[in-house]
Design a protein around this ligand. Sequence first.
Ligand code: LLP
Length: 425
Amino acid sequence: WPRTSGRAGGAVMVGGVDVRDLAREYGTPLYVVDEDDVRSRCRDYAIAFGDSDVHYAGKAFLCKEVARWIDQEGLGLDVCTGGELAVALSVGFPPERITLHGNNKSAAELERAIEAGVGHIVVDSFEEIARLGFLAERHGARPKVLVRVTTGVEAHTHEFIATAHDDQKFGLSLNSGAAAEAVRRILALPQLELAGLHSHIGSQIIDTAGFEVAAQRLAGLLVQIKEEHGVVLPELDLGGGYGIAYTDGDEAPDIKMIADALRDIVAKVCTAAGLPVPRLTVEPGRAIIGPGGVTLYEVGTVKNVEGLRTYVSVDGGMSDNVRTALYGAEYTAVLASRESEAAPMLSRIVGKHCESGDIVVRDLWLPEDIVPGDLIAVAATGAYCRSLASNYNYQPRPAVVAVKDGAARVIVRGETEDDLLRGQL
Ligand code: LLP
């Protein structure tokens, strides 16, 4: 739950606003984001990582207003498509603090990034090195690049979001020598400035040992590059992936401890090899925007399946939060329309889509007097919910409302039926 949230009698308050008022004013489903929560997490990261750079990973959730918050908090921004780059540039986000990612960036995306003068481009394949060299020359530019390295770390997270083992699409393998070959090729191209190495081991990682192993291996590669080429690369980007608490049993990793451990390891490896300590960057997405988000739904039907559980259907579902269906993600939720003393019953919050896997919260206890018209608030939906939302079954994507100091305002308009039909011939 957001840091500013709490219960006052029957009310669930977020950012000083009763969520019942939000539902009345803006309708449901509704994404609510607590501005102070997001900003305070930006500051926590900036403080924990001290003189390192913190880049918010926009894929978690990006819109113009969030880009403004990130800019005002002094963070950088990681984008991975031309679309995300366009959002950032539209609000004047300083391009030098933007990093462009992606395993298959188009020539148009690369050109746009070069023209805008983004701070870094992370190269992810041999083709891209050649492509980028060619485009840089055409534009008379010399972009700073990082090599995305697959470090071989087995991150303990869902298969779909683990990214540092060798058998997947991202990066250039450290073990096979592909990463070292990429470095050779970039150093041979005067159009590109090789600034350093990048690794991202996966997402929603609670066990922090993997970050440390990856950092150690990357630092080892810096040493190898110095020995082979006499080149000292000044930067190391360790990616994102810091987990958050989704349910009461979860505990988020301590970011200060991670920051200290990562800095220590890199400093140790580099100092032992007589290398200066590189400048570090991290790219948290979920940990910045996730906890500050809450989704509100209205209950439409309540169906008791004798002897099993009660299915509580809400007015959204996998179109506004696909994470449960896609990753088996767990969430927690509360009744937000009133106080209830009724006995708890085993429930499943499901959506309105035409799939039985359309589940929002798989298992939770809700009061047995829950009825149509009740309001449900689901916690920790700030990351990868709106950004992964779809129009499945022609469901309009909900609005995003920011709350702060007792006031609310729309930062992303909800879609209408006209929006859904636009563009059809
Ligand atoms: N940097 C890179 C290069 C990434 O690929 C990602 C996430 C991040 C940073 C930010 O990771 P975070 O700190 O948010 O964990 N849709 C999935 C997560 C996909 C993550 C993709 N890359 C989910 O909902 O769990």
